[in-house]
Design a protein around this ligand. Structure first.
Ligand code: ZN
Length: 441
């Protein structure tokens, strides 16, 4: 007796996924072991994955209301993008020409303040309209979960406004919301840092029920370890899960602090010491890295600082980070200054080229490991039974082709919660609301 299900996808040239039995992020040798099923099939019911196997196997086991032919093209889990600054006003393309191409303006924190001014000046409707258009673009490129941070308001009222706008986005992309009041010290508080830290502490109780995460930038250009620790303690006491920006422009011990507090992720790691990587590898915290930012800043993040350090050897850095054994994820770091791209395809392509990471490694890091960087490894990031049926039918046949090619959108059809939500580079009409059962996951 065959089991009746909603949807059976058949004839994938390859059905590729992190091993369904992996219940946490892949690390070490696990990163090399993608599950690849030739002539693959995927059984979906009530928005969830029921089974994967060969087309012959699943046609034997299931009767489907809807049989979808993948036409001998690649099928994969959809991407999870675990670190974006989605809601913002303005563009920083003028600054980029001067700062990066002409290397004229030092200080990467100055740019954040430009975006803060533009975001504060934008209306709610303008910010929402832009965020929805950006989510459409991410979805059409294969992303169905995209974390969004505040951090361009930097007053209690402005941060609460951004958090509320993030929560109100009705879109098939699932958007975990992160409070990043501790992004940088706003200009008006430069001489009164302690007051700004206190205002973040005072804001936390009011946002604890609304935000999924509290993020803290612990870095030489943002908050000290002591300041970060105070904020982390208060957030933890309120039951908020923690994320950190750390070691982007220098090593002040941010990664160790993130590990000490059991943060879900610690993001950047550009200047992480061996001791930091060792602590990270021994923990459950996921390290998130951003080849798009490295690429966009022409490897010059450090050289933009006043002390003018030379560009680093990215491949050597990436090798050291990978060999540490830490769980690693990829993300766009989408923001208008250092990483203006929403494509996780591009992120995998850049990780392979700049970091020399393999096809299997970058696929793990953009799916299951990226889900783990949001604590969503039980519901997203692989085609495992019971998980949300978020997957992509590609315009190419092999998972390596998605990494090998670059510069065009290779995602053909994107499904969220078992529902077709984007095709041929566009979100489908009538898919504006979140896809059940995604919000419950
Ligand atoms: Zn960031």
């Amino acid at each position: 007796m065959k089991r009746r299900i909603d949807t059976l996808l058949v004839h994938a040239s390859e059905l590729v996924t992190p091993a369904p039995e992996l219940d946490g992020p892949a690390r070490g040798a696990q990163l090399d072991r993608l599950t690849v099923v030739p002539d693959g099939a995927l059984a979906v019911d009530a928005g969830r994955v029921v089974a994967i196997g060969t087309t012959a196997e699943l046609l034997d086991r299931f009767d489907a209301d809807d049989v979808v032919d993948a036409n001998h093209r690649l099928v994969s889990p959809a991407f999870v993008d675990p670190h974006t600054h989605l809601l913002h006003g303005g563009s920083r393309h003028d600054e980029w020409q001067g700062k990066v191409l002409e290397r004229a303006v030092p200080g990467i924190d100055a740019g954040i303040r430009t975006t803060i001014a533009a975001t504060r000046a934008a209306t709610d409707a303008e910010l929402t309209e832009r965020a929805l258009a950006d989510l459409d673009e991410a979805l059409a490129h294969g992303t169905t979960v995209l974390e969004a941070k505040t951090g361009y308001g930097l007053s209690p009222e402005a941060e609460i406004r951004l958090l509320g706008l993030t929560r109100s986005l009705a879109h098939p992309v699932h958007v975990p919301a992160t409070y990043l009041g501790a992004h940088t010290v706003p200009a008006e508080y430069l001489e009164r840092r302690a007051e700004y830290v206190q205002s973040v502490l005072d804001t936390l109780p009011g946002i604890a029920a609304t935000a999924d995460f509290c993020d803290i930038a612990c870095d030489p250009v943002s908050f000290t370890v002591e300041e970060s620790r105070r904020i982390a303690e208060r957030a933890r006491d309120l039951g908020l899960a923690l994320k950190f920006h750390a070691d982007q422009t220098g090593d002040v011990g941010g990664t160790q602090l993130a590990v000490e507090f059991g943060a879900v992720s610690v993001d950047h790691l550009d200047e992480a010491s061996d001791a930091a990587l060792k602590a990270l590898a021994a923990s459950e915290t996921v390290g998130v890295v951003f080849p798009g930012a490295n690429f966009h800043l022409l490897d010059m993040t450090a050289s933009l600082l006043p002390d003018g350090r030379p560009p680093k050897d990215l491949a050597a850095w990436a090798d050291r980070v990978l060999r540490s054994g830490a769980a690693l994820a990829l993300s766009t770091d989408y923001n208008p200054g250092t990483a203006p791209s929403l494509s996780m395809q591009m992120v995998m392509q850049l990780a392979a080229r700049l970091y020399r990471w393999s096809y299997a490694q970058v696929w793990h890091m953009a799916t299951l490991n990226a889900a783990a960087a949001l604590g969503l490894q039980d519901t997203r990031g692989s085609l495992a039974p019971g998980k949300s049926a978020d997957f992509v039918v590609w315009s190419v046949r092999g998972h390596g082709e998605v990494v090998h090619r670059f510069g065009t959108n290779l995602a053909d059809r994107v499904y969220a919660g078992g529902r077709l939500v984007a095709a041929a580079g566009r979100r489908l009409p009538g898919t504006g609301a979140a896809t059940p059962p995604s919000p419950a996951l």
